[in-house]
Design a protein around this ligand. Structure first.
Ligand code: B12
Ligand code: SF4
Length: 506
């Protein structure tokens, strides 16, 4: 049995860092974890290969066996092109991944078999049937799989040196019910957790394959607080036995700030960054979105506390949650600047099918029909024809475009960015005792970034770089590892959001 797993190419998006991979010394930011997991679920005697168009050129033809494509909605166009290209009497094309949740019919038109949902149970079932040539057209996971049975992903089949970071998934599901979020719907509201020993084995694998950076891809890493504590202690204990000085990051909720012991554990385990859906500083909106866990303590204090543990706060920010919000954009900008959070995903709210928000807006007749555009303005497969599927009574698309475009430009203006780094470092600096030594890899990144900013970047960016260098000399910025990282990602954010702002104005 021949199986070729394929991750279709994708353009730049806010958090795939595609426009700064040259500085990071990689081709793509993260490994395609789903494909490495599916490979581990395939029979031992199968001939397997994983191809990722984001790091390599795909073959013109695949003459036999199974071509297994993964994809998100943003990959739709390329995904379907590849499905057509490889479909033949001797090749069975199958499609799975997040896209099939929302567009199963469209996927069915382009593939021989479609998988909806988690595939730990359905993939082996399909392969057994495939051997006997009696497989179904669709495999749909009913309920949720026993996540403890998800196997150790086959990193050995990936070209690991082409990626900046490995991915490991520890939990699935989240017990909060933010109005706009599809995670509780798709993965359940009772978090399922992988065995601790397996997670440690996955970290060892990543280390062995040469990674020094791991994204724990859980939607809410601390959804099961007890297991999270146990894992963090185990990761801290494991550090010494690893070849690389691992740097970790993940996604959590803002209320982790209430638990100083938990934050200390994150730091001891080697977590450098936490991605948090801050969304807005407007408390009424947070309540309306059922995101009360962001209000369990003062937001500014919560951010400062996380920073004080030497951990950078990466933030998701949502615009356009109600008509009045656009007038508040200057206040939002001030909030972002003074807290020193690093906004990495800034998008206009859209309603994702099956979420409580979607149901509510559908009932109110406030939904525009945009079949495959939802999630946030940054989740779409059609450029930006309309910015949101939510119809606001007092805002039209042009207002949104103007306000959001201007906001992006200010937010990622070099001077604003530099000031933000200095502001966030104020608190990080307090914890300079825990400052990790600059690794050889970070040093190389810093050198590459230095060469870029001095010799190739626009003049305003060079000035930003020199200002930050001055801040290092004055010891306003002490975390050189984080500075290297920020300088790298600025290139991506600036290019991405400036281009988006430009498109919005057209
Ligand atoms: C890690 C991650 C990333 C990483 C790495 C992406 C990568 N290299 O693939 C980074 C940070 C780069 C990223 C970026 C973005 N991401 Co992202 N990301 C995730 C996250 C948190 C985890 C994905 C993961 O690895 N899961 C673990 C694996 C094992 O699970 P899985 O992918 O679901 O695969 C299982 C099944 O789906 C199925 N399956 C998957 N593929 C296939 C294929 C076949 C043939 C079969 C049979 C089965 C199958 O089997 C697997 C095992 O059960 C998900 C959220 C989530 N909970 O899944 C969002 C998610 C995939 N991302 C999303 C988005 C929107 C983005 C961004 C556009 C965000 C932004 N605005 O910039 C960008 C751009 C996307 C890109 N690929 O470049 C959306 C996709 C929406 C959609 N419905 O299509 C998700 C679902 C988040 C959400 N809830 O909205 N992302
Ligand atoms: S937004 Fe985050 S906290 Fe809210 S339900 Fe989704 S995963 Fe959970």
């Amino acid at each position: 049995m021949d199986i070729t797993f394929i991750n279709p190419g994708i353009g730049p998006y806010p958090v795939n860092f595609q426009l700064c991979m040259d500085l990071a010394g990689a081709k793509s930011s993260h490994i395609p974890l789903s494909l490495a997991t599916l490979a581990a679920l395939s029979p031992e005697d199968a001939r397997l290969r994983i191809l990722d168009e984001n790091i390599e050129t795909l073959p013109e033809r695949i003459s036999s066996g199974i071509v297994a494509l993964t994809g998100t909605i943003m990959q739709k166009k390329r995904l379907f092109e590849l499905a057509h290209k490889y479909r033949s009497p001797d090749t069975v094309v199958v499609i799975g991944g997040p896209i099939t949740f929302y567009l199963p019919e469209e996927c069915r038109e382009h593939a021989d078999v479609v998988f909806v949902g988690e595939a730990e149970e359905t993939w082996p079932r399909f392969l057994a049937k495939y051997r006997r040539n009696e497989y179904a057209r669709e495999y749909r996971q009913e309920g949720f799989v026993d996540f403890a049975k998800s196997p150790v992903p086959r990193l050995d089949l990936l070209k690991c040196d082409k990626y900046a970071a490995a991915c490991i998934q520890v939990t699935r599901g989240c017990s909060y019910k933010c109005l706009y979020c599809d995670v509780p719907v798709k993965y359940g509201d009772a978090p399922r957790v992988k065995e601790l020993a397996q997670v440690l084995e996955e970290v060892e694998n990543a280390d062995r394959m040469g990674f020094d950076s791991v994204f724990f891809v859980d939607d809410n890493f601390t959804a099961d607080r007890q297991s999270a504590n146990r894992l963090l202690d185990a990761l801290a204990a494991q550090r010494k036995s690893l070849k690389h000085k691992m740097s970790y990051y993940t996604q959590v909720t803002l209320n982790v700030a209430k638990d100083e012991a938990l934050l200390a554990r994150f730091r001891m385990a080697g977590f450098e960054r936490l991605f948090i859906g801050i969304e807005t500083f407007n408390e009424d909106l947070l309540r309306a979105l059922n995101k009360r866990h962001n209000l369990e303590m003062d937001i500014r204090e919560a951010v400062a506390r996380i920073h004080a543990h030497g951990i950078t706060v990466w933030a998701g920010i949502m615009l356009g949650m109600e008509s009045g919000d656009y007038e508040e954009l200057d206040k939002l900008l001030d909030f972002i600047q003074t807290t020193g959070i690093m906004p990495i995903q800034v998008g206009i709210m859209q309603a994702v099918p099956e979420t409580p928000l979607y149901e509510q807006l559908a009932r109110d007749g406030a939904l525009a029909t945009l079949p495959s555009v939802f999630g946030s303005s940054t989740i779409n497969d059609t450029g930006i024809p309309r910015l949101t599927n939510i119809m606001y009574p007092s805002l039209n698309d042009n207002d949104i475009r103007r306000s959001a475009g201007g906001f992006y430009e200010k937010l990622f203006h070099p001077e604003m960015f530099a000031q933000r780094i200095i502001n966030s470092s104020r608190n990080l600096a307090e914890n300079s005792l825990q400052t990790p030594p600059l690794t050889w890899r970070n040093l190389k990144i810093l050198l590459r970034a230095t060469a870029y900013y001095l010799f190739r970047a626009p003049a305003a960016h060079r000035r930003m770089f020199l200002r930050l260098l001055g801040a290092v000399l004055k010891r306003q910025v002490v975390r050189l590892d984080e500075l290297a990282f920020s300088l790298v990602i600025f290139k991506h954010f600036h290019e991405y959001y400036t281009a988006t702002a430009h498109r919005m104005r057209q």
